[in-house]
Design a protein around this ligand. Structure first.
Ligand code: OXD
Ligand code: MN
Length: 620
């Protein structure tokens, strides 16, 4: 991007800490240029800027957004080179009701996705998009999901009229000209079109957060395209994240024989120095970022961060399951993050961070519910108004977020960018359940593990619109993210098991639930750094050091095998957390079964067998 003003040296020094190496762009690839020109004719932007991912480009956009009021600088002495954005109150979360999978056949989208015929969706969006970028700049952002040149990486280009989105992409993914050069060399790419859908008339003054009441987040799996209209928020607008790395990538993964999953990725090192790599799928806002940055409470254990939200997994030539994190940054939920729940995240956010919908303190720093108690006085709330503590309203929106580059994370594994990825020892599924699901269970084998993933349910959080607390079935934490029929998706998981059985190391599969509550509605398990106690048990299982109870639901620990020394919990309480209540389990099985049966003939035989076995075990 051509600069008009030289960046401030102090700011540059900081932004350079996390700069993406760029390469001079030769000529943009013909197919990308053609696509950009075709959209430009429809959208009629004032100008087109090809982005290169450089610190200078980011700095210019940050200055531009400060001048339009999209972001405000925080106090540089407290939060250097960091900014707060306040969204429109109608644009605060993923809108699942406006998210569509437009496969050629409705059957391919399945009952868990909204579907519209691709031609009808294109026609509708083309009409809405006529002149939609008038008065705005169209940015062309080339990016790689995964280390550039990794065999597991996939490329994309996003066009957008939102500088907020461009800067967020700089922090979240690898933006670089190198991708355009790779595309010129024949690499395939995903076409990501995004507009906030808020054209400006001649001379019209812009608003701080342009968006449109009409929203569409539409996916065309066959042509590997995403068309997003009307929102500038998170997963609706940062298309490489949920739209590409999960919905479109899950289809690519089905076609090419790998897995694109809503999973964190960590390296655990035991006191003996042995390393284990684990992925864990929990629904949105259920603690993936906290787990990925865990500070273990057991001495001698370390957790290194490789990813906090998305993992791509593939069986390598030796038959082992390998994983990479396709992203390069965090778009984390701020409320609840504190020096005690996630000190690593707090350190990660020292500066160079865009905060969205958080509260701001009198001295110009950020604040959100759960960060400290009592709340400071004189807060400005997420809507930019003086916060009234009497109102009962939170000062920060419950889905307030931080956007920050991964390299600022103190617990980041040194080799996080390794194109080879890491070999996975354990896969963990989990949901937010007040009761019914024990603290931890191990699957009997791969197929039972797939069944545990298939039957995950979770109480809803603020990450998407809807009623917080309501229980919903969320298989593999992928309900809003699988880009094709959930029944076929389960069959694909079963088939990966077959491939793994044929050769390499079979990862163990576990299910966890950190969220059981007592009669007063308080969480029983201490969670956070104490979750290492459960991980330690998993490692003992992997090493064959401990036995299990074979319960109706799965293999549970002997109470004595979970180390609760110096934890705020006693043996009886732990025994309760590990126990299976047959009445609740039977009711849950009925609910799972009804949900899974809605897939009809697409429900794989392997899952149906597991349902039958679970019923037989519960009745025994
Ligand atoms: C997220 C989500 O933003 O899952 O990661 O909603
Ligand atoms: Mn997520």
């Amino acid at each position: 991007m051509v600069s008009t003003t030289p960046p401030d040296p102090k700011a540059t020094a900081m932004t350079l800490l996390m700069d993406t190496p760029t390469t001079a762009l030769t000529t943009p690839p013909a197919d990308v240029t053609e696509w950009v020109n075709a959209w430009s004719e429809i959208l009629t932007p004032t100008d087109i800027v090809w982005c290169d991912g450089s610190a200078r480009e980011r700095h210019e956009l940050i200055e531009l957004m400060q001048s339009t009021g999209t972001i405000e600088a925080l106090n540089p002495d407290l939060r250097p080179y960091s900014f707060v954005a306040r969204s429109e109150p109608t644009d605060v979360a993923r809108v699942e009701s406006r998210t569509f999978v437009c496969s050629e056949s409705e059957d391919d989208a399945g009952p868990t996705n909204n579907w519209m015929a691709p031609d009808a969706m294109r026609a509708e969006l083309l009409e809405l998009s006529q002149g939609a970028m008038a008065g705005r700049t169209m940015y062309v952002v080339p990016f790689s999901m995964g280390p550039i040149d990794s065999p597991m990486a996939r490329y994309g280009v996003q066009i957008t009229d939102s500088p907020y989105v461009v800067v967020s992409l700089h922090l979240m993914v690898r933006v670089s000209n190198r991708i355009l050069n790779a595309i010129s060399g024949g690499a395939s790419w995903v076409k990501c079109f995004h507009t906030v859908g808020a054209p400006l008339a001649e001379g019209e003054k812009d608003v701080a957060w342009p968006c449109n009441d009409t929203k569409y987040i539409s996916h065309f799996p066959e042509s590997r395209e995403i068309w997003s209209f009307g929102s500038a928020y998170g997963g609706n607008a940062l298309l490489p994240k949920k739209a590409f790395a999960l919905r479109i990538a899950s289809v690519m993964a089905r076609d090419e024989g790998w897995l694109a999953e809503h999973m964190l990725l960590v390296r655990i090192t035991s006191p003996e120095g042995k390393r284990y790599h684990m992925v864990a799928a929990f629904p949105s806002a259920c603690g993936k970022t906290n787990f990925a940055m865990m500070q273990p409470s057991l001495p001698g254990w370390t957790v290194e961060t490789l990813g906090d939200d998305i993992s791509w997994l593939a069986v390598d030539d030796s038959g082992n399951l390998r994983a990479i994190n396709p992203e390069a940054g965090f778009f984390g939920v701020a409320p609840g993050t504190s020096a005690s729940t996630n000190p690593v995240a707090m350190d990660t956010l020292w500066g160079n961070t865009i905060f969205t919908n958080v509260a701001v303190t009198e001295d110009g720093d950020v604040w959100w519910e759960g960060m400290s108690k009592p709340a400071p006085t004189g807060l400005t709330n997420w809507r930019g108004e003086a916060h009234n503590p009497e109102s009962g309203d939170p000062a920060a929106h419950p889905n307030a977020r931080f956007t920050v580059g991964i390299e600022q994370c103190p617990s980041l594994a040194e080799d996080w960018d390794n194109p080879e990825g890491v070999v996975i020892d354990a896969i963990i599924f989990g949901g937010r359940r007040s009761d019914t699901v024990p603290l931890v269970m191990e699957a009997r084998d791969w197929d039972h593990g797939v069944y545990l993933g298939a039957t995950v349910a979770s109480e809803k959080t603020a990450a998407a619109e809807g009623t917080v607390g309501e229980l919903r079935r969320d298989p593999f934490a992928m309900l809003p993210f699988a880009g094709y029929h959930m029944g076929d998706y389960m069959a694909h998981w079963l088939s990966i098991g077959e491939t793994l059985r044929a050769g390499g190391k079979m990862p163990r599969i576990f299910q966890v639930n950190w969220f059981q509550k007592d009669d007063n509605g308080r969480f029983i398990w201490p969670g956070f750094g104490d979750n290492i106690r459960v991980v330690e048990w998993m490692v003992k299982r992997i090493e064959g050091h401990v036995g299990v109870n074979d319960t109706a639901l799965g293999l549970t620990p002997h109470t004595a095998d979970i180390d609760i020394d110096a934890a705020d919990i006693d043996q009886d309480t732990l025994a309760g957390l590990l126990s299976v209540n047959p009445v609740k389990a039977a009711a849950d099985l009925d609910a799972s079964s009804e949900f899974l049966e809605s897939f009809g003939s697409k429900l794989p035989e392997g899952i149906r067998r597991q349902l039958d076995q679970a019923r037989a075990k519960l009745q025994a």
